[in-house]
Write a new protein. Structure first.
Length: 81
């Protein structure tokens, strides 16, 4: 276990100490819980992005380019106006 020194305003520390006492824990336990929630948020965000990538990849694989343009049609500047 690592010890971490953090500087916080007196009022913030006072409120954290009160909240910890109300829940029957310590300020260290509150900070540990908060830091753990950050890492779980990162993991769930990673899972969400992985699922999004899977869905987008599935859509791209179903893409078809029917009615392809010729090279001249792609570079036809008059068609862009």
């Amino acid at each position: 276990m690592k010890n971490v020194t953090v500087s916080v305003p007196d009022e913030v520390y006072r409120r954290a100490r009160i909240r910890a006492a109300e829940s029957g824990s310590s300020v260290s336990a509150l900070v540990t819980g908060y830091l753990r929630s950050l890492s779980s948020d990162d993991e769930s965000e990673f899972a969400r992005l992985r699922e999004l990538q899977r869905r987008v990849s599935a859509e791209v694989h179903r893409f078809t380019a029917t009615g392809r343009l010729t090279r001249d049609e792609v570079h036809d500047r008059a068609a862009l106006r």
